[in-house]
Design a protein around this ligand. Structure first.
Ligand code: ARG
Length: 458
């Protein structure tokens, strides 16, 4: 018998019941539903809307339900419409008189809005911790490779020399921003909608602030229509998750390239790679590929949420039940990807010789060659043109700037001296880029320390 049976003359059609039910996916909010109900019941008793005995029975009953769900003694009833109805009806089975009082001055509309906020709040904390672990591993690997010369790319063409540490630390910045985005979202999310009722609050003398305080929420929502129909926090959170996945996906793409036979910059630990069923030589970067692939679903979860919300009139509409699967999928995907990606990164081996060998081949010191002329009094545009001609000469004669004889340099510009070789050595190129945010070991060390301090302050 449904809770609303009074108004109806027939039982709900079986298929409609299954169609309508959100229990299969909202059951995961059981703890938060119980937590919210307990805070609500305490407030009802404090305001003398229910008596102390009812409160005690409600609190005890809910604690027992929590315990029994966690131990598996109580199973979710797939026929229940949602987690809220399920828990209330279990409570009423235990304490028929008091259980029926719990929903006084409350609606499922403000209840679900509260539960989802409480649930996402916990998930956000978990994800934040996972991001911190990832940043720490990036820092650990970077600290080992402050001097590891690597070719930096633009357009995936060899550009200028950097270090592996510098390249890795770029990702630490992204993941740090992701954390701050979660923190921002947390502020707007950690507000209690309870008391909004179905849409227009209630005539009972409730104390909304007290409920918010019980739940460690910083404020209450200021408009009851908005309180029950706002899902911005879910969309913001999903969006922050999509950005995390976008960052992970870019990183994955690079890992895949670096693991290729062509690059061979890194080698994955055997425990974090897979083989082929037919090609014995293969070692595949499946983790990175799957992370890159899974970014698609989180990005589309954001689109699902926005599209689901965009045409809804105020206040609550059942469409909003669809918020959960999309948001939960985004959360689950990120929580699946982050730890395994972090471990893959922690255990990878870096082929520093190979990186250096490649860095030496692509004329990535050409800018420094031009800068040499500028430092000796030439205008940059002229120096740029001369260097371009030198590069063309090298390509024609199978040379690089490091092996080009001084007399040839001098033919193009007499300013060149023996010191050019020192100026264009990869180590000089990297070490001289000491500007804050640059690739020199001094600058990257500074960036690492700054990042460590920021992470510590989180
Ligand atoms: N399962 C519903 C949801 O997730 C709970 C709220 C239902 N409210 C209602 N008036 N039918 O949105």
């Amino acid at each position: 018998m449904a809770l609303w049976a009074g108004r109806f003359k027939k039982e709900i059609n079986e298929n409609v019941n299954a169609f309508n039910s959100s229990l299969s996916f909202d059951a995961r909010m059981y703890k938060h539903d119980i937590m919210g109900s307990q805070a609500h019941a305490k407030m009802l008793a404090k305001q003398e809307i229910i008596d102390e005995q009812s409160l005690n029975e409600i609190l005890t009953g809910l604690n027992e339900i929590l315990h029994d769900l966690e131990t598996g003694e109580l199973l979710f009833d797939p026929n229940a419409e949602d987690i809220h109805m399920f828990i209330e009806s279990e409570l009423t089975k235990k304490y028929p008189v008091s259980g029926k009082k719990l929903h006084t001055a409350r609606s499922r509309n403000d209840q679900v809005a509260l539960d989802l906020r409480l649930y996402t709040r916990d998930e956000m904390k978990d994800i934040k911790d996972m991001l911190i672990d990832l940043i720490n591993v990036i820092i650990e690997q970077s600290s080992k490779h402050l001097e590891t010369i690597m070719c930096g790319y633009t357009h995936l063409q060899r550009a200028q020399p950097i270090t592996f540490a510098h390249h890795l630390m770029a990702y630490a910045q992204m993941f740090y921003r992701d954390i701050t985005r979660l923190d921002d979202c947390y502020e707007r999310m950690n507000v209690s909608p309870l008391g909004s009722g179905a849409l227009a609050t209630t005539t009972y003398p409730i104390d909304r602030i007290y409920v918010a305080e019980q739940l460690r929420m910083s404020d209450v929502t200021d408009n009851s229509l908005d309180g029950v129909s706002d899902r911005d926090y879910a969309i913001e959170f999903a969006n922050a998750l999509a950005l995390i996945m976008m960052h992970l996906s870019r990183f994955s793409e690079e890992m895949i390239l670096w693991c290729s036979w062509e690059f061979k910059y890194v080698e994955l630990d055997d425990a974090y790679a897979t083989g082929s069923s037919i090609m014995p030589q293969k070692k595949n970067p499946d983790i990175a590929e799957l992370v890159r692939g899974k970014s698609a679903r989180v990005i589309s979860d954001v689109a699902t949420l926005l599209t689901m919300m965009k045409g809804l009139p105020l206040a609550y509409n059942k469409d909003m039940q669809e918020d959960k699967e999309a948001l939960f999928d985004a959360i689950d995907t990120v929580k699946l990807c982050l730890p395994v990606f972090t471990d893959m990164l922690k255990t990878m081996k870096v082929n520093t010789e190979r990186m250096r060998e490649f860095a030496a081949k692509g004329f990535i010191n050409a800018t420094d060659c031009a800068d040499y002329l500028v430092k000796h009094g030439k205008a940059f545009r002229d120096a740029y043109k001369t260097t371009g001609e030198l590069v063309a000469y090298c390509i024609d004669h199978d040379l690089v700037l490091e092996t080009l004889p001084l007399e040839i340099y001098k033919k193009y510009d007499n300013t060149f001296e023996d010191s050019i070789y020192e100026a264009i050595s990869l180590d000089t190129c990297v070490h001289n880029r000491q500007v804050d945010g640059g690739p020199s070991p001094v600058a990257v060390k500074k960036a690492i320390i700054k990042m460590q301090e920021k992470v510590k302050a989180l």
